[in-house]
Design a protein around this ligand. Structure first.
Ligand code: UD1
Length: 268
């Protein structure tokens, strides 16, 4: 059977690491994308769904962030690769009139599959909030480090838009269908994937405790360089055009992250 669409997920994605080894990030993320696009042209596979990131918006001027908000200079080589790949896809589509693509800009994906069989196992010390929380709960980390409580947010801790990873994956199916059903409004489209709701670090900690019954020890640390106060998605365009909406409640998502953590640490 003929391949009709490609979902392009593959990339290196650790922000801090990308600062340390920029050439590895540029080489891996950009060259693989170029090779994939070339192969799609050679084999006439006309549709692509691309994993992009809300990091392309940088420090937004307006909240919530809509898809037509300007992209800002990336603050890491990782973020820069996402911006450049979006541009490479756009330029490629421009000269290949039967090609279409959708970039999905992920906000903060969290959680695991509810079976606890599929999830993310970060290497080394987790950089992202929720894996650090689950590793603290299970005793791998002594306490959660909350990076800053003097942000311009209701409780002073940073605010993000946390989207369940299963909800997120569903959007890819919707995007493929949109491409195959020729529903796209233009050959290159962008959709935000978030819940539309901003939550603070403290709210995540409290919801995790409520959902799992686990107490999280935490200490306040200085701000982490590069972090911004607050960012969350305007999801109205995704809801309306893609017909996609985040559905899984936060506590269920945090419980899935906890069940995944417990499952991978189980002694066999
Ligand atoms: C990061 C990446 C982003 C990536 C996203 C999802 C940066 C600048 N951005 O976003 O490109 O798409 O992850 O993987 O790194 N926090 C703590 N303690 C911790 C960890 C995090 O307080 O141990 C706080 C942070 O300060 C922030 C929030 O929790 O306010 C979320 O942090 P994190 O999960 O790392 O995601 P982002 O930095 O938003």
């Amino acid at each position: 059977p003929k391949l009709e669409a490609i979902v392009h997920f593959a990339a290196l994605k650790a922000v801090g690491e990308s600062v340390e080894i920029p050439l590895d990030y540029y080489y891996n993320n950009l060259v693989s994308s170029i090779n994939l696009l070339r192969a799609m042209i050679d084999y006439n596979i006309p549709n692509m769904v691309f994993s992009s990131s809300a990091t392309v918006y940088g420090l937004p001027d307006k909240l919530p962030v809509t898809e037509d908000s300007p992209t800002k200079k990336a603050n890491s080589p990782y973020g820069n690769t996402k911006q450049i790949i979006e541009e490479i896809i756009f330029d490629t589509i421009n000269v290949n009139s039967n090609f279409k693509a959708i970039s999905l800009r992920y906000f903060n994906p969290i959680g695991a599959h509810k079976t606890a069989l599929i999830g993310e196992l970060p290497q080394g010390v987790p950089l992202n909030l929720v894996p650090y929380v689950t590793q603290t709960a299970i005793g791998i980390r002594d306490h959660l480090r909350i990076f800053g409580n003097d942000y311009n947010t209701p409780d002073g801790t940073g605010v993000r838009d946390y989207i369940n990873v299963v909800d997120l994956s569903r959007a890819h199916v919707d995007a493929i269908k949109r491409l195959l059903d020729n529903k796209s409004k233009s050959n290159y489209e962008i959709f935000n994937l978030g819940t539309g709701k901003g939550l603070s670090v403290m709210e995540i900690v409290k919801s995790f405790e409520k959902a799992t019954g686990q107490k999280i020890k935490y200490k306040i640390y200085p701000r982490r360089p590069g972090d911004i106060d607050i960012v969350y998605a305007d999801t109205s365009y995704s809801n309306r055009e893609l017909g996609w909406k985040s559905e899984i409640p936060l506590e269920e998502t945090l419980l899935s992250a906890w069940n995944w953590e417990k499952n991978i640490r189980k002694k066999s």
